[in-house]
Ligand binder design. Structure first.
Ligand code: BJW
Length: 242
């Protein structure tokens, strides 16, 4: 469990930044990417999460994202998401930097959420960038056709960041700023293998923050953080506030 040092650091912190990954939503029933039973076990990432794969087989990729969007729509924030909202009662500024596309931090009520990898609930046209309603995507898939834009007929894609694509520059700038500004940095439920997000915990440490990892399993950064808290986010995070 956590140390007295961490509790003191949190009590004295003016700014806490939190990097979250798929693990924080696991207890909401959303599969992670790389754990046993995770998304990549059933699908090759190279096959589905890049633009070439999408252009090769838009129906397959649209269908995969629709399936995942439906899981997200049926999920609710859990105790881990809620603990980060409660943290705002104790610390002046809490910045939640998430790699997740599931919208659960916003739905839990976190005030300042930075979405690094987009949001699976949004879709847009690859050609004219018009927002496209999810119902239009659903109808096309049910008819066995690729979903297209009502304005120009272009292919519709989920508003997520695929491998080889740039992260939204504004989101990455704000995330870097929060990381270098914070007093305590929490890395929660991420395997810390996908860049540039994976760089943030060590950037925080180099900038003088107290860096804490919350994860039932060790990751490449576990040996370098100030505290590694082994356990599920839905138990470890609420315990920090009790
Ligand atoms: C729990 C738990 C519980 C379980 N409680 N915890 C070498 C160096 C640097 C960069 C690169 C490189 N080689 C290639 C790159 C670039 C590439 C990259 O990083 N690749 C690596 C795989 C090496 N990055 C990119 O391409 C990025 N863009 C970029 O770099 O642009 C510049 C550029 C362009 C062109 C060329 C070169 C540079 C874009 C990355 C986009 C990532 N997109 C995805 C898909 C999003 C859409 C979708 O949802 O489908 O984002 S991939 C996937 O991984 C998703 C996630 O956000 C991301 C991170 O995964 P996460 O969240 O960590 O999940 P898991 O499953 O890996 O881990 C879950 C963890 O939870 C585990 O540790 C569990 O133990 C834990 N856990 N239960 C707490 N209850």
């Amino acid at each position: 469990m956590h140390s007295d040092t961490l509790i003191k650091r949190l009590r004295n912190a003016a700014h806490v930044a939190v990097l979250t990954g798929a693990g924080i939503s696991a207890e909401s029933g959303i599969p992670t990417f790389r754990d046993p039973g995770g998304i990549w076990e059933k699908f090759e990432p190279q096959e589905l999460a890049n633009v070439d794969a999408f252009l090769d087989n838009p129906e397959l990729v649209q269908g995969w994202y629709r399936h995942r969007r439906q899981i997200v729509e049926g999920a609710e924030p859990n105790a881990g998401h809620r603990a980060l909202v409660d943290l705002e009662q104790h610390v002046a500024t809490v910045t939640t930097i998430t790699q997740n596309v599931d919208d659960l931090h916003n739905r839990a009520g976190s005030a300042d959420v930075i979405e690094l990898h987009g949001n699976i609930t949004h879709n847009y046209c690859m050609d004219c960038e018009t927002d496209v309603a999810p119902e239009r995507v659903d109808e096309a898939i049910e008819q066995g056709e690729p979903a297209t834009c009502p304005e120009c007929g272009g292919l519709v894609r989920p508003d997520v960041v695929w491998f080889g694509e740039m992260l939204p520059p504004d989101a990455m700038d704000r995330a870097s700023q929060a990381t270098t500004d914070c007093d305590v940095f929490l890395s929660v439920g991420t395997s810390t293998v996908v860049y540039p997000a994976a760089r943030l915990p060590m950037l925080a440490k180099e900038s003088g923050a107290y860096v804490v990892e919350v994860n039932p399993d060790r990751t490449p950064i576990s040996g370098d953080v100030d505290e590694y808290l082994a356990g599920p986010a839905g138990e470890v995070l609420p315990a920090l506030l009790s």
